[in-house]
Write a protein that binds this ligand. Structure first.
Ligand code: GTQ
Length: 348
């Protein structure tokens, strides 16, 4: 029987009961069950987009207001419009645009949260992870796994901006976050640049090196030159109707995601390509590296050009239209959901 058709006396009696038990921190499941266990995913996040050309000046303004040293990390957070105040772009993930000016240092620290960087604008910056620096070039996908010391610096002569993707809301959800500063602002380099790629990123690993799939990769940079070359090399072969040509980044030692909580992807859509609608339970953040077009997310359409970011919430159908040859980077919590047996997708 629906609540509306119940006699007023019954409804009153129930409401009084709910109020009485509330004092004991109790509440009736039957009033909320449908929302708690929905037939298909419900997410608080909404689809949203950020046009880099529209926000670049605001990022540069942050550079005049505060130094990287004072801020520790000078970042403008991309907040999901439906999750304002939560520092979240999806319910599980964080996104931000970090600015580092010439000569600046973002001091070393480490934390439980895993991070990725996608370099968008400017040249001359580096990130140091666990005693090794990598020069940050546009499109490079760089990771700082959980509890690894990392610092950033800019040795060049122009501002550098990159997209930060972290699992901050996930770690907060589990109440599992620790952090500590490094001993010095910049880590002493203990290995030459390129060491990790040579040891772990060339279809070989050191002879005694073994990892389980939950361990992050020692390869902490996936250079865009290589990603792009792979995408272009397969461009003439048949494209997937839902993805174009799409790769997932892996830890080459295990085949698993580079980090256990965040998965990352790169895809190329040829000019004129229109993908079939696709949805999955992992809300996904996209950044355009080349080309441009539109993303239809549910019943909303977002235009994107290089350095634009858009977010596709869980179980929202996505259709991509490429107006030019287009390369998109994306990240999501897919490996987390897969490890928990939760992940689903639907190719519509
Ligand atoms: O670069 O270490 O956007 O710790 C947020 C938290 C970047 C970082 C963010 C962080 C960092």
């Amino acid at each position: 029987m629906h609540a509306q058709t119940l006699p007023q006396a019954v409804r009153d009696e129930r409401q009084q009961f709910y109020q009485r038990i509330s004092a004991s921190n109790l509440t009736p499941l039957w009033e909320v069950l449908g929302a708690l266990v929905p037939p298909t995913p419900r997410t608080d996040a909404v689809a949203a987009g950020w046009r880099y050309a529209e926000i670049r000046e605001q990022i540069m303004e942050a550079g005049r207001l505060i130094t990287a040293e004072e801020a520790e990390r000078r970042v403008l957070i991309l907040e999901n419009p439906a999750l304002r105040g939560q520092s979240a772009i999806t319910s599980s993930l964080y996104a931000g645009l970090q600015l580092i000016l010439p000569g600046e240092v973002a001091p070393a620290h480490r934390h439980s949260q895993s991070a990725l960087r996608l370099v968008l604008d400017g040249e001359g910056a580096y990130t140091a992870v666990d005693g090794e620096r990598t020069t940050m070039r546009r499109g490079d996908f760089i990771i700082t796994p959980s509890w690894t010391f990392h610092d950033h610096g800019n040795l060049g002569n122009e501002p550098v901006v990159w997209l930060d993707g972290l699992d901050i809301p996930t770690v907060r959800f589990y109440g599992a976050g620790f952090a500590e500063p490094g001993r010095a602002a910049s880590q002493q380099a203990v290995r030459p640049e390129g060491d990790a790629l040579a040891r772990f990123g060339n279809n070989m690993v050191p002879v005694d090196f073994y990892q389980t799939p939950d361990q992050p990769t020692k390869v902490f940079v996936y250079p865009f030159a290589k990603t792009r070359a792979s995408l272009l090399a397969v461009a003439e072969t048949p494209a997937d109707p839902h993805f174009g040509h799409k790769f997932r980044f892996v830890n080459p030692a295990t085949g698993a995601s580079p980090m256990p909580t965040i998965g990352a992807f790169a895809q190329r859509l040829a000019k004129g390509c229109v993908t079939r609608p696709y949805r999955s339970t992992d809300g996904t953040v996209y950044a355009c590296l080349e080309g441009g077009g539109t993303a239809q997310i549910g019943d909303q359409t977002f235009e994107f050009a290089p350095n634009d970011v858009f977010v596709v919430p869980s179980w929202h159908a996505l259709e991509l239209r490429a107006k030019e040859d287009t390369i998109l980077f994306s990240y999501s919590d897919r490996p987390c959901q897969q490890a928990l047996g939760l992940w689903r997708e639907e190719k519509i």
